[in-house]
Design a protein around this ligand. Structure first.
Ligand code: NDP
Ligand code: HSE
Length: 442
């Protein structure tokens, strides 16, 4: 039986999960691939922490260079994270002709084009299924299963930490900070959790998916990003009273030679499939012009689900190596000469529905002042609710709009904020009324 040697660099949450699967499911993988996957080395700067895995003597080492410089290592698994050390590591590994598997979306969102270009020149494969959606095979689905489709839209919950926090606030009334702490304890969060809660991690993932879906260079910087740190329990509660859930969504829509690509908290109807995706689970709805609407669902973060995706990439590479077909599927799914820049639509140009909550002094004429300004900006109101009447001080006034242009909404909100009857900044949450219905499955 052919032996493929593997080196893991980064023995933290994900690296430990990969190690466990390679050791515990060794025989199963051999039966499926006809190949022996030999974990030769694991490198980490921390040689002290007990990972509760029994390793053979000499496997755990302190210097990644041993793996880089070992001609017997065929595949390097990068599970360090960050975009400095990991970037150098990947570029050096490619130079040495080693295949790579990584879960590092931050790195790919920033330097993916360079890494893929270098890999193509050296005919090595970069597997990165684990970088988006944990165990959900979303990259394989876009690149391979949906190869015959033009992608019209993608709507996804792509961050386990945020989904965990929002679910805990909504279901158990857990405070934000406590829910974040739990997500960190469970190994879901990034080393810097602001990447999670400010939506940056989701935008990294969306940047990767958009490239694969439409054949464009990776463009993280033009994606509109808003996180969940300003979402209050009050808005979660009101949303539920109205029949909606608030989720951090990654949204992309094909707009005829432009792409809508945005990440923000979004109200979705309870009837939408995505509204029932809770905890660290991720899900994505993909709309293709042949397939119609389809969805994937699974754990988007955590040790073993992420490791499962890494093993899938490893075995793809192994099967290609055995059949002599390295780099069979292009990294971004398109042939290099067909990858071209596609502009991302500015957020000001999008049209969607809105939830707006004002804190307003409860006195006659307040509603007409607000609705007058909205009307002047071509915004039609779908419903108005005032929570708690005839109180001294400010009361929440909640409005749901019909489809409106974001630039009009922003102009109206800035005018309304200046009214002396308004206290503080209005809260604005975009509403997505389209999407797969739960009833479609029943
Ligand atoms: P961890 O922090 O748990 O693991 C990273 C490990 O790499 C740590 O043990 C760290 O040591 C070690 N390390 C740091 N620098 C070096 C170095 N120079 N050489 C060798 N080892 C080093 O992170 P995760 O496992 O959670 O994440 C790893 C990657 O996977 C990241 O890119 C992350 O975004 C991604 N990912 C994570 C998921 C998750 O659920 N956790 C899911 C999907 C992707 P030390 O702790 O001492 O710094
Ligand atoms: N921090 C990420 C999350 C890890 O919470 O989704 C998975 O990419």
């Amino acid at each position: 039986m052919k032996t493929i040697n593997i080196g893991i660099i980064g023995y933290g949450t994900v690296g430990t999960g990969v190690t466990k699967i390679l050791l515990e499911n060794r025989h199963l993988i051999e039966k499926k691939t006809g190949t022996r996957l030999h974990l030769k080395y694991i490198a980490d700067i921390d040689l002290v922490t007990d990972r509760k895995v029994k390793l053979e003597e000499g496997v755990l080492i302190g210097n990644a260079d041993t793996i880089l410089n070992d001609p017997e290592i065929h595949i390097i698994v990068e599970t360090v994270g960050g975009d400095t050390f990991a970037k150098d590591l990947l570029l050096k590994a490619i130079e040495k002709g080693k295949h790579i598997v990584t879960a590092n979306k931050a790195l790919l969102a920033k330097h993916g084009d360079l890494i893929f270009e270098n890999a193509l020149k050296k005919n090595v494969t970069i597997g990165f299924e684990a970088s988006v959606g944990g165990c959900m095979p979303v990259i394989k689905t876009l690149r391979e299963s949906l190869v015959g489709n033009a992608i019209n839209a993608m709507l996804g919950i792509l961050n386990g930490t945020c989904n965990y926090i929002l679910s805990k606030i909504s279901c158990d009334k857990t405070p934000f900070a406590a829910a974040l702490k739990e997500a960190q304890m469970n190994g879901y969060a990034e080393a810097d959790p602001t990447f999670d809660i400010e939506g940056i991690d989701t935008a990294h993932k969306l940047a990767i998916l958009v490239s694969i879906a439409y054949g464009a260079p990776i463009n993280f910087k033009d994606i509109y990003v808003e996180g969940i740190s300003k979402i209050s329990p009050l808005d979660i509660e009101i949303a539920e009273q109205f029949g909606y859930r608030i989720k951090l969504l990654a949204i992309s829509k094909w707009r005829e030679e432009m792409i809508e690509a945005r990440v923000h908290p979004t109200m979705i109807p309870m009837s939408n499939l995505l509204s029932g995706v809770n905890g660290s689970l991720n899900a994505i709805e993909i709309q293709g012009n042949a397939v119609g609407s389809m969805a994937l669902y699974g754990h988007g973060a955590g040790m073993m689900p992420t490791a499962s995706a890494i093993i899938s990439d490893i075995t793809d590479i192994v099967r290609d190596m055995v059949s002599g077909a390295a780099a069979r599927v292009p990294a971004l799914g398109f042939q290099r000469e067909h990858i071209r820049p596609i502009p991302i639509m500015p957020i000001s140009d999008i049209d969607t529905f809105y939830y707006i909550r004002f804190s307003a002094i409860d006195k006659p004429g307040v509603l007409s002042s607000i609705s007058g300004i909205l009307g002047n900006h071509n915004i039609s109101i779908r419903s108005v609710h005032q929570k708690g009447q005839n109180q001294k001080g400010a009361v929440p006034i909640v409005m749901m709009t019909y489809m409106a242009r974001e630039s009009n909404i922003q102009a109206a909100l800035s005018e309304i904020s200046d009214l002396h009857i308004i206290e503080g900044e209005p809260v604005l949450i975009r509403v997505e009324e389209s999407g797969p219905s739960k009833s479609a499955l029943s």
